[in-house]
Design a protein around this ligand. Structure first.
Ligand SMILES: Cc1cc2nc3c(=O)[nH]c(=O)nc-3n(C[C@H](O)[C@H](O)[C@H](O)COP(=O)(O)O)c2cc1C
Length: 274
């Protein structure tokens, strides 16, 4: 049972984020972080990041309160440089000499790099989470443990093709690098995965309306569907359900309805049939 047990005494493959922050001189710093996970996922949107005390990222987040988490696709050449960016004890100017990425301003209004607080983001990233540190949520800090940051996700930026991929029904997944972390005092392990594939979820388990509810309640953040409304739609053939749900959500929006219940669905069905 050693410190850093997940890599010193066990195996744990995962993604990692390249966190950009602003240093004391206003320059953007990149730090690689494997210990970065979705934390609040329903209602709240946050990431949990664990960093050693006094890393550049740790200091910068505490000073400026913001960061960007950049996710890049697999590139073996860039991984070598990422290992350099993850070597402790270098200041921003020193480590960024070997940075393989292009730094650009955030496209989010008000988040352009200002040389004080808002960092640049990586042009090559296929997705970037722009975050604000939730300092009210310290999980534990006894001065000896690493820092645990709860980072509230303010914006999710996706390259257009990856946004379209989600909106139009996922057809592919980004080719993300995997890390197994630091080993044997001098090696950083990575892996490349093969083409991602999908399996269908069971259709003969649980209530029939469950899959419809899942689909319905992620169409539009302003419109929710009740269970009874979804039960009413279980007769719609599967290939048409998304189109039907979109149509209902559109009608709800036009009529100022924020909760679609069974009565609303029945009303639309009646209107359509008359
Ligand atoms: C792929 C990779 C993942 C890493 N993950 C973490 C991590 O989760 N937490 C951590 O404290 N250090 C991690 N490190 C080491 C940090 O990157 C290292 O402490 C570095 O100095 C941080 O950069 P910064 O000081 O500019 O923030 C990782 C390094 C690499 C190469």
């Amino acid at each position: 049972m050693r410190d850093n047990w997940y890599q010193a005494s066990a195996y744990w493959p995962s993604s990692f984020a390249l966190i950009t922050t602003v240093d004391e001189q206003g320059e953007t710093n990149i730090g690689p972080y494997q210990l970065s996970f979705p934390f609040e996922v329903i209602g709240g949107r946050s990431f949990l990041v664990c960093s050693r005390q006094n890393s550049n990222t740790d200091r910068h987040i505490k000073r400026g309160g913001v960061c960007a988490m950049n996710f890049v696709e697999f590139d073996r050449h860039a991984l070598k440089k990422i290992v350099s960016l993850g070597y402790p004890g270098q200041d921003t100017v020193e480590k960024m000499r070997d940075n393989p990425y292009t730094l650009i301003d955030s496209p989010t209004p008000g988040r352009e790099s200002d040389g004080k607080r808002f960092p640049k983001i990586l042009k090559e990233a296929f997705q970037v989470f722009e975050c604000t540190w939730d300092a009210e949520q310290p999980i534990r800090d006894n001065g000896r443990t690493p820092e645990y940051f709860v980072l509230r996700i303010d914006n999710i930026l996706l390259k257009q093709t990856w946004a379209t991929n989600i909106e139009e029904g996922t057809r592919q997944m980004p080719q993300m690098p995997i890390t197994y972390g630091f080993r044997d005092g001098g090696k950083f392990w990575f892996a490349e995965h093969r083409k991602p594939f999908w399996l269908p979820t069971p259709t003969d388990k649980g209530p029939k309306e469950e899959a419809i509810m899942y689909e319905a309640n992620r169409l539009d953040p302003d419109i929710s569907f009740t269970r009874d409304a979804c039960k009413q739609l279980t007769g719609v053939p599967k290939p048409f359900i998304k189109t039907v749900l979109k149509g209902i959500a559109k009608q709800a929006k036009e009529r100022g309805v924020s909760e679609v219940d069974r009565e609303f669905v029945l009303k639309l069905q009646k209107e359509r049939d008359s």
